[in-house]
Ligand binder design. Structure first.
Ligand code: ZN
Length: 490
């Protein structure tokens, strides 16, 4: 009797890669005890595909050259597994060298000595797993010494070894040019993960396999923008009737904490980005476990935007933070803003930087996408806890400032405001504006409290928001004919 493996979703290992593989196996074969060979054969059909190309081999029985269909590892396994089936070669009477038989790709595993499995700790016969086979068997926290860790090799029991291989089939991925991202959604309850896979990700799988198997709102080389791109896309399905059936949408909403009967266990997401090439060059691995909090924020943004298709509006708002440079898009600002909102930090400095360094300097400068100010305002109020009163003051004053500056062709004044490095400079610039644009500074802004705060906010946040409103109004006025601009509400 050969080696047997138990597929049991009640026995997770806690490693996100291996557990994902276990879910894949349960999806493919069901739960129970199976012969190792049976599992391996099943994985073989999932991980290896025909390339459509033909090769030749020497058929020893007939003494003739025969054709065979070439195979290769399926993406993304081919980024990591480089072993090709290579039978012996033979030099024939026609002077050419041929394979002695059609090459076959094998999922080789040989279980040797008994010991404790590196992943689950079980006593069993162990496979000396090679680095290329299990590239993601790593704790996010241990990412730094990932390579050195694996150089000594890992010892895996049969269950963890086949699950590691199956993990390739459970990856969500998306790729453009040489950039690739791989995502695992992870839930500590593996049955929930199986359901998520069957009800949500399988129906969403893109038919066109070239660019990925999961849709994203936007794509770039950085980990946070891609994470945000996936979440905005995924969340948008909860309300849309096309794409997912009602039951799946309800389930997804429930999993994300949208309803009162929400599951108690948290959902995490691991995003891995890197460059495709001879071997995958991994750039970063991020764990994101505040999916529910972020979904709540998403919902409040959708309510704020209102209108017909706020989901798309929101995608456009975040998509805009990039710059075309030659034949590539520089998406650094988008990544920084995505990082800030996913971490519930402060995205305003990055939005300000984008507005002043990219938008205002474009050949045809234009304001930020419709709704951007509303989204930033909502965020500043809910996450950064700025009071509505101050927000209103900053918006009114910022908009008039921008329009006045545009009428007087004083864009330089806005840059001085943006560049203010301390409260003294900030007030000096405001004074200057008062004088040159004939404007009165709202009193609320003039009261500096302890620890350099204005109405209980760090002065620099107040400055940043004001400079965003002002420059955006400047660019908006510039885009419109003068007459229309003066009629525009604040
Ligand atoms: Zn194990």
């Amino acid at each position: 009797m050969g080696t047997r493996v138990e597929i049991n979703l009640d026995k997770p290992t806690g490693n996100f890669w291996i557990d994902n593989g276990l879910v894949v196996l349960a999806d493919l074969m069901g739960e129970g005890i199976f012969e190792l060979d049976e599992i391996r054969n099943c994985l073989h059909t999932k991980l290896i595909q025909k390339t459509g190309n033909k090769g030749e081999y020497w058929d020893q029985e007939t003494g003739q050259v025969k054709e065979y269909e070439k195979s290769n590892w399926k993406y993304p396994a081919n980024l990591f597994i480089k072993v090709a089936g290579k039978p012996q070669k033979i030099k024939c009477s026609d002077g050419n060298t041929y394979f002695k038989g059609a090459p076959t790709f094998e999922l080789k595993m040989s279980f040797g000595k008994r010991g404790h499995c590196d992943i689950c700790g079980d006593q069993n016969y162990l496979e000396d797993a090679k680095q290329w086979m299990f590239p993601f068997v790593v704790d996010p926290g241990k990412f730094a010494n990932f390579y050195s860790d694996l150089k000594r090799g890992m010892k895996l029991c049969p269950r963890c070894a086949v699950s590691g291989l199956a993990g390739y089939h459970g990856l969500l991925w998306s790729s453009q040019a040489t950039n690739a991202m791989h995502i695992f959604i992870f839930h500590t309850d593996l049955r929930e993960m199986l359901r998520l896979r069957q009800e949500v990700f399988d129906p969403l799988s893109l038919t066109q396999q070239k660019g990925g198997n999961v849709p994203v709102a936007f794509f770039g080389p950085y980990v946070h923008e891609i994470t945000l791109g996936l979440l905005l896309e995924l969340f948008s399905y909860i309300r849309k009737s096309d794409g997912l059936p009602q039951e799946a949408r309800d389930y997804l909403a429930n999993l994300l904490g949208a309803s009162e009967t929400s599951l108690a266990l948290p959902l995490s997401m691991y995003t891995i980005t890197g460059i495709r090439g001879q071997s995958f060059d991994m750039h970063s691995l991020e764990e994101f476990s505040r999916l529910r909090d972020f979904y709540m924020l998403y919902k409040s943004w959708i309510t704020t935007l209102g209108r017909d298709n706020p989901e798309n509006g929101l995608k456009e708002i975040f998509r805009q933070f990039y710059k075309r440079e030659g034949n590539r898009d520089n998406t650094l600002w988008r990544d920084k803003i995505a990082w800030a909102v996913l971490e519930f930090g402060d995205p305003l400095p990055f939005a300000e930087q984008f507005l002043y360094e990219v938008r205002a300097k474009q050949e045809k400068p234009g304001p930020l996408a419709w709704g951007t100010e509303d989204i930033l305002e909502k965020y500043t109020k809910e996450v950064l806890e700025m009071e509505q009163q101050l927000l209103d003051v900053l918006k009114d004053f910022g908009h008039s400032l921008g329009r006045k500056a545009q009428e007087n062709r004083e864009m330089g004044l806005l840059y001085s405001l943006r560049n203010a490095k301390n409260p003294e400079e900030f007030y000096r610039v405001l004074n200057d504006m008062q004088f040159r644009l004939g404007m009165t500074i709202p009193e609320d802004l003039l009261i500096m409290e302890k620890a350099e705060r204005i109405m209980n906010n760090p002065w620099v946040r107040v400055k940043t928001l004001l400079s965003i409103y002002a420059m955006n109004a400047y660019l908006r006025s510039e885009q419109k004919p003068r007459k229309e601009a003066t009629n525009e509400p604040a």
